[in-house]
Design a protein around this ligand. Structure first.
Ligand code: OMD
Ligand code: FE2
Length: 454
């Protein structure tokens, strides 16, 4: 069900279309026509280019935007090192250097909401691989907040694109390129470098983030599915230009650079972009609009049919990160064990739950705001209870996952876990593997099988 049914209405206007060329202006005539950097841009604005790819990237991957702003972003003081005041482990305290790479299947209880935090100070690195300095890999964090970011503060990350999966609350996100309201079941993507701030439109927020240090997300190919299906390009929403004129107050800009934070100050709002055009911009997508495709005959398909976005590696068909969802859907397969099969995967699978119950893990151990990690080649699948039930269920058409939305960050990389995840957060479930799979008993009996066949 689309999030538009959600109680909090979205006051903002959007343009639409994944990877579609945009032009938007908050003041008529602010966009130069036919050129990008005229000698004198309209209204005395400064032209500034924002590159999301190398200038020379192939046309079909090239992401650039032209911003027309009141003061260039270059006008600021020196950067200084910055530590976030936080009770938990700060971004600086947990970096990729401290990852533990372990094969254990991991599951986490719902992560707490840290009321005293804001979106910036409330991010806790949980898992990842690679390094922003070499533009390789990803990082997965939990975030929670009970406060808006301080007024006159903005944040940007030089490390990579940020995918936000909001699990609770409502976020009002002011970006250089315009404003977005984000509610649970909506996905937000803020590309590398774009300045933004997060105000709360609810008492608290909580969710998951994926930082992509390399490349960008794109829609998966549809192949034989044809020209529509899964996440349709039309359903991606892009902010329209919205600026504030403030060349008096002191603003602080916090920057994440190679997992460290820096701060600089300037006497003008970073949200002064009056007009922009290009292909590099933030967007949001309502997961309720996902068009689910599935098997109408037999067998459980690979979860890749539920891919919303993929960030490809240089190896064809292999992703640095896929964002996959498990929306409500009908199961109709005949003579089929319908939950996911037992499997070992060369990709690592990090899962989270926005709401409801994940059909493959019903026993209550995988809860909204919790998580699981099944690393490279770590065996997993239905727990013994789910197996027993699904092997004996009557195979009628059945709607599963009503009111539920589970998701998976799937990556070709091995995922390390921070000490915050393993111990400090106190959310790692003891005995996950023991309770899920060790109770599985042998059902092997040749004579019983032959008896049933005769
Ligand atoms: O492990 C999981 O729950 C995720 C998953 C779901 C599915 O339908 C098939 C494979 C898979 O890894
Ligand atoms: Fe899996």
């Amino acid at each position: 069900m689309p999030v538009t049914q959600f109680a909090v209405q979205d006051p903002y206007k959007y343009n639409i279309g994944f990877a579609s060329y945009q032009e938007t202006t908050a003041v008529q005539g602010a966009l130069p026509i036919g050129s990008n950097s005229p000698q004198k841009p309209p209204y005395g604005l400064y032209a500034e280019k924002l590159s999301g790819t190398a200038f020379t990237a192939p046309r079909d991957r090239n992401l650039q935007s032209w911003l027309y702003r009141i003061i260039p972003s270059a006008s600021h003081a020196d950067f200084e090192s910055y530590s976030v005041p936080s009770k938990g482990q700060s971004l600086q305290g947990a970096t990729s250097n401290s990852y533990k790479f372990i094969p254990d299947q991991l599951r986490f209880d719902p992560f707490d909401i840290e009321e005293s935090s804001d979106f910036l100070t409330g991010r806790r690195l949980l898992s990842g691989c690679g390094s922003p300095a070499t533009k390789t890999g990803i990082a997965i964090s939990m975030f929670s907040a009970g406060n808006s970011m301080p007024s006159k503060q903005a944040f940007y990350s030089a490390d990579g694109d940020l995918l936000v999966v909001l699990q609770h609350g409502v976020m009002d996100v002011q970006t250089e390129l315009g404003r977005l309201l984000v509610r649970p079941n909506e996905l937000l993507c803020i590309p590398r470098g774009i300045r933004y701030r997060v105000d709360l439109k609810s008492e608290a927020i909580r969710g998951y983030t994926l930082e992509l240090f390399e490349g960008h997300f794109q829609l998966p190919e549809l192949g034989p599915i044809g020209s529509n299906g899964l996440a349709n390009a039309r359903d991606f929403q892009i902010p329209v230009a919205a600026y504030e004129e403030d060349t008096e107050s002191e603003w602080s800009i916090v920057c994440q650079f190679n997992e460290q934070l820096f701060i600089t100050r300037q006497e003008h709002s970073p949200f002064d972009v009056v007009a922009w055009h290009g292909l590099y911009y933030p967007f949001k997508y309502d997961l309720g609009r996902f068009n689910v495709i599935g098997s109408t005959s037999f067998d459980h398909p690979d979860p890749s049919i539920y891919t919303v976005l993929t960030a490809p590696s240089n190896t064809p068909g292999v992703a640095i990160a896929d964002f996959v969802i498990f929306p409500p859907r009908w199961l109709v397969q005949e003579d089929t064990f319908r939950p996911p099969w037992y499997h070992r995967n060369t990709m690592a699978e990090f899962m989270g739950l926005i709401c409801g119950e994940y059909d493959a893990k019903s026993g209550g151990g995988f809860q909204p705001a919790g998580a699981s990690l099944h690393n490279v080649m770590s065996s997993h699948g239905p727990d013994s209870e789910t197996h027993h039930k699904a092997s004996n269920d009557k195979l009628e058409p059945k709607k599963i996952g009503a009111g539920s939305m589970a998701f998976m960050f799937e990556t070709s990389l091995m995922l390390g876990v921070t000490d915050w995840g393993l111990t400090w957060s106190k959310k790692r479930q003891a005995g996950y593997q023991k309770h899920s799979w060790q109770p599985l008993k042998s059902n092997f009996s040749v004579s019983e099988h032959l008896r049933r066949q005769s």
